[in-house]
Ligand binder design. Structure first.
Ligand code: GLY
Ligand code: MN
Ligand code: MN
Length: 434
């Protein structure tokens, strides 16, 4: 858990970025899975980023202008409910624990929000993110508008508050990087464990269970996304997560799995042979993807823009597809025509943070790829997916490989947070032999 002062600092920064106006930021709703069972609760990332408050049914108001303040609305303290559902702060304790200026019960929202909105020029709110909150916010605004004859005005401009927060979230603080490093270490150790536990004839879900075991054992609160545990041809389905097939001797196993620690995601993919030894064909493709990743990682530094790692990986992969004889023509021709998409159809990464596909623009206001800067964290994840096709020899069919690491941009270049997960052919085969 981050220091209280870090959350306060973020709210101060938001106030600065707002200039003047009022921001309304609700947390995520609880979701029913079936009948009266809920999905495990996960707070909204923007709300958490500003408060550190993990309870459901809460909302943050930030006011900027002549008066600057942060107000939390949260569930009431309720000794009776706490016997069933566990501890809840209640407004008074939350106010002091989370360093807010004021805190009130959620039951006060409809009374207090029209008052807080009155005479504010701008409303900062993520319109469209949640229909139920949209309706409530509009009701509050209309309540204020009905007061017009008394001289009270309602905000006449709604700005998406996420625009301001995305830019802040993109640059990770030292404390965030520390958590992300630990999240990455847990996920890396789970990949190592999977390499050691895999055997022909096990089921994919048995290996998924090894990940859950390792995530929870080291204190991660959840997988950061549904793990992909894809043996053989399943690896060629990019979002495969049924994880219910038998693992066959001679096939590869692609695993894309990361955990969430104190809100922060790790995101790692490793691909390794179920037998413990790569076949000649598997090794050839693996070395190509590994070379593409190395080329991409070499571009992760402050001299380059966001897309440079993707362009570098793509050039290596496309040249490889030509050298293997699968694609005809020149490198420029294959890049121009997009023929490489037969084997590589996704991009090479995304921002990483509180969300696995984290907040932050990829282009600047002029429409150019933004430069990489110190403190940004991104994934680097080239791959190659070979579905049966006439232009490829049969011994390559159904090979699916992706190699994904999490990289922090530093002054010196980049720091690979996930380097504990074995990656070279020699390292993988040696870990698997142990
Ligand atoms: N695991 C999600 C991704 O790699 O983007
Ligand atoms: Mn990813
Ligand atoms: Mn991934």
């Amino acid at each position: 858990m981050l220091n209280l002062s870090e959350f306060q600092q973020r709210r101060r920064q938001l106030i600065k970025n707002m200039g003047a106006g009022i921001a309304i930021i609700p947390t995520a709703p609880e979701l029913i899975r079936n009948r009266d069972s809920h999905y495990p609760y996960r707070f909204d990332s923007y709300f958490y980023y500003l408060t550190g408050f993990k309870e459901p049914e809460a909302l943050l108001v930030v006011i900027a202008g002549e008066e600057n303040k942060s107000i939390l609305f949260c569930r009431d303290k309720d000794v009776e409910r706490e016997i069933w559902d566990g501890f809840r702060y209640g407004a008074d304790a939350a106010k002091s624990k989370f360093g807010l200026d004021e805190a009130y019960s959620m039951h006060q929202l409809d009374v207090l929000l029209p008052k807080l909105l009155a005479n504010q020029s701008k409303l900062f709110y993520s319109l469209g993110a949640d229909a139920a909150w949209d309706a409530r916010v509009m009701t509050w605004l209309n309540t204020v508008k009905r007061e017009a004859r008394t001289g009270i005005t309602a905000p006449d401009e709604i700005v998406d508050v996420r625009k301001l927060l995305d830019e802040m979230r993109l640059y990770k603080s030292a404390a965030e990087i520390d958590i992300m490093r630990r999240s990455a270490n847990i996920a890396a150790s789970a990949h190592r464990r999977a390499m050691q536990k895999v055997r022909p004839d096990k089921m994919e879900y048995e290996i998924e269970a090894e990940f859950l075991h390792e995530f929870y054992r080291f204190g991660a609160q959840a997988p950061a996304y549904t793990s992909i545990v894809a043996g053989g041809a399943n690896a060629c389905t990019l979002h495969y997560n049924a994880n219910n097939s038998v693992l066959k001797n001679g096939d590869l196993l692609l695993i894309d799995a990361g955990c969430e620690l104190d809100g922060y995601a790790s995101d790692i993919t490793r691909t390794f042979p179920i037998s413990g030894k790569f076949s000649a064909a598997q090794k050839e493709v693996y070395e190509l993807v590994l070379a593409a990743q190395a080329a991409a990682l070499a571009k992760v530094n402050t001299q380059n823009h966001w897309n440079a790692p993707h362009e570098a990986a793509l050039a290596v992969l496309a040249q490889g597809f030509i050298d293997f004889g699968w694609l005809k023509g020149s490198l420029d021709g294959v890049l121009e025509s997009g023929d490489y998409r037969q084997f590589y159809m996704h991009r090479t990464g995304h921002w990483l943070g509180l969300d696995v596909h984290d907040a932050g623009e990829y282009k600047d206001k002029a429409g150019n790829w933004r430069m990489l800067e110190e403190g940004m964290v991104l994934t680097v994840e080239p791959g190659c997916y070979i579905r049966p096709a006439e232009n490829v020899p049969e011994n390559f069919w159904n090979i699916g490989i992706r190699i994904e690491d999490d990289a922090l941009v530093t002054a010196a270049g980049c720091d690979i947070l996930t380097s504990d997960a074995p990656k070279t052919v020699a390292d993988i085969e040696s870990v698997m032999a142990q």
